[in-house]
Every structure is written in C-alpha cells, then in structure tokens.
Design a binder for this molecule. Structure first.
Ligand code: COI
Length: 355
C-alpha cells in the first residue's frame, strides 16, 4: 500500500526553505485551506502496529471506493498548530495531548493508532517539512491536521482491513469571519451534536457533518456558530460546533464536564489549568441553559478558534448580551496562554515543544 507514495526528502537547509519567497499575504490569513508542500503518511494492517511513515509531496490520495472511512465513517481527525517565535524558533503546543486523544478515539472506533512518540514525531516532521508556511510571529500559525482512517476495503459492517494515518498542514489566521469581534451564538433546540454512549467525546469525523445543517441555518441568519443542548433533557449546554464553551459568573468559571458527549479540548484543559493557577475557581459540571443566560461573561475555546469572547446568545427568541471589551477574564486567560506559547511567561508544565 505504501507504494502509492513517492518518498521525497524535504530540504534540510532551513535558511533556504524559510527565506524562499512565498506569495502569501500574511496579514489576511483566515481559516481557508492553503495547500503546503508535504504530507506525512503511515499505514498498517488490522491487528498490527504502525511502523514506518514517510513524507511525500502534498497531493490527492488513492482510496478504494469501499474504504471503511468512506462507507461507515471509520475515521478520526486532530488539530494542532505550529508557531514561529520572534527569534525564529519553531514550536508546537502539547502535541502529546492530541496523540492521546487520537488513541482514545481509535480504541472507540476499533482502529489501531500510532504511539504517542510516532504521532508527535510525525507532527514535527510535517511542520518542519512545511516550515516556510509557518506564518511570522503574531500573524497566525501552521494548522496541522492528523487523520486516522479505515482505508481498507470492506462491504459488510466491520472494522476495515487496513488503516492510514495521514497529516497535512495549512497556514491559518483567525477562524471566524467576524475576525476578533465577540461571537453571536444561536442555541439549537431541534438538532443535537452528541448523545449518551455515542461518539461526542472523541474527535470522530462523524461528529461534524451532522451539525452542518444547523450551522448553515444559523449562519444564514447572521449567527457565528451554534451551541447545542444535551439530547436527553434539552436543558444543559454542551458545546459549539467548532469549540468548547465557558461561562464566568462572579469570577467563577464553569464549563460542561467531559462526560462522553463533550470533546476534551486541548485548549479547554489548558485554560482550566491556567485559570486555577491565576486563582480562579473552575467548575466542570452540568450547566443549565438558564445559568448560561445569566452569566457575566461567556467565551469559547478550541485549537482552531483560540479563546474568543461571546457577545450575544439567542435562545427561543430571547437575546442575551454579555460583558465584552477590555478587562475580560477570557482576555486575561488568553494572554497568559499566548505568553506561555511565545515564551514571555515561563512554561512550568513543559507544554511547549520546540521543533
Ligand atoms: C480544531 O479546533 O482544531 C478543530 O478541529 C475544530 C474544527 C471544527 C476546525
């Protein structure tokens, strides 16, 4: 199967690669796909372990029409970012957490998964091979997208016979088209994102297409994104299509507990740790929608979105406004996160991985 790939040795001359003129307007990066130079692929058969992966030129892949991922959605994805510091050094943020989340998801979806070392090494290789696409400091990052899929052919419902771990990357800036403006969220009462015992707690590809209808409907009405409620009682908040959610009330932070329907966001858990370090009380629990509506401040977290304040939420025709502007708790937390990432604040936990 790996004969599909043409192994290519990327340039190891970092100055030549970084200085190569890339016609990119670094000031206007959004979250659109900008194909880069290399991707990473590693394959293995069912009941075996991943062994050897390789970089190849970025391009289309060949897949059987009966691949498990195409027919039965046997697939996971991850998202992590590579950043450039002012001194030119390149780094990743907690890639081991993405590796662990992929392992947990793979177990749930009956797939073999790369070891933490293999995952992190592959992410590093992909970032380095595409280093000329890592934006200058403060302009954005290289979004790295690892995929794990059942690539072997299958007709009856069963785990696929072969698996592919693939990583590609794209430079990105701000996720929402509103830029840095506070989000305008819509609480969905017809569709749900996840159900108890389902796959909401892992980064399964099957969690994303089913929200597109609610998302499209909300965007057509001018909303930034959709917040989903629990599918049993429709009373507790869960998460947004693209990110986790927090509320602040009387300086106490609360976010839905990760009980199987909430994605364990890497930014989510990092912000919880940072908030506790800064002296905030943080609660992970069930949060009734009415409590959200009476919060002082609301914000979202995610690898793609970062930490972004919510300005307004609409629920059953009622519109609620939240504190925005300067001196937000979310701003303090985000500045601390960015400070750790850029080296301005000491990285006491070893979150930053230099490449
Ligand atoms: C991420 O934050 O990395 C995600 O995977 C969310 C996705 C909807 C862009």
């Amino acid at each position: 199967a790996s004969s599909l790939l043409q192994a290519i040795e990327p340039s190891t001359d970092s100055s030549a690669n970084d200085d190569e003129k890339t016609a990119i307007d670094w000031n206007n990066l959004g979250f659109g796909l900008m194909p880069t130079d290399y991707m990473y692929t590693m394959k293995c058969f069912k009941d075996e372990n991943f062994t050897q992966g390789q970089l190849s030129r970025y391009g289309n892949i060949e897949l059987s029409p009966s691949a498990g991922v195409l027919n039965y959605g046997q697939g996971l994805f991850e998202g992590t970012k590579a950043y450039r510091r002012g001194n030119g050094h390149l780094f990743l943020f907690r890639p081991d957490q993405n590796a662990i989340r992929m392992q947990n998801g793979a177990e749930r979806m009956c797939m073999p998964s790369p070891s933490i070392e293999q995952f992190v090494d592959a992410v590093k290789q992909t970032a380095l091979a595409n280093r000329r696409w890592i934006p200058p400091p403060g302009k954005g990052s290289l979004y790295i997208r690892p995929l794990l899929m059942g690539s072997g052919p299958i007709l009856g419902l069963a785990p696929a016979s072969e698996y592919t771990f693939l990583i590609y990357a794209s430079p990105v800036g701000i996720y929402f088209k509103e830029g840095l403006a506070p989000l305008n969220l819509y609480i969905e009462d017809e569709f749900h994102r996840a159900s108890c015992g389902g796959a909401g707690g892992i980064k399964s590809i099957t969690n994303y297409a089913p929200v597109l209808k609610a998302l499209r409907r909300a965007k057509e009405r001018g909303f930034s994104d959709v917040l989903y409620l629990d599918s049993v009682n429709k009373t507790n908040i869960e998460e947004v299509s693209s990110c986790n959610i927090f509320l602040v009330k009387d300086n106490v932070l609360s976010t839905p507990a990760t009980n199987g329907t909430i994605l364990k966001g890497v930014t989510r858990i990092s912000i919880i740790d940072i908030a506790r370090d800064l002296g905030y009380q943080v609660e992970e629990r069930s949060i009734p929608v009415e409590e959200l509506l009476s919060a002082d401040e609301v914000f979202c977290t995610g690898t793609a979105v970062g930490v972004v304040p919510v300005g307004r939420i609409t629920y059953e025709g009622r519109r609620v406004e939240y504190r925005t502007g300067s001196r937000l708790v979310s701003q303090e937390l985000y500045s601390t996160l960015v400070g750790i990432q850029t080296g301005l604040i000491e990285d006491k936990r070893g979150w930053v991985v230099e490449i």
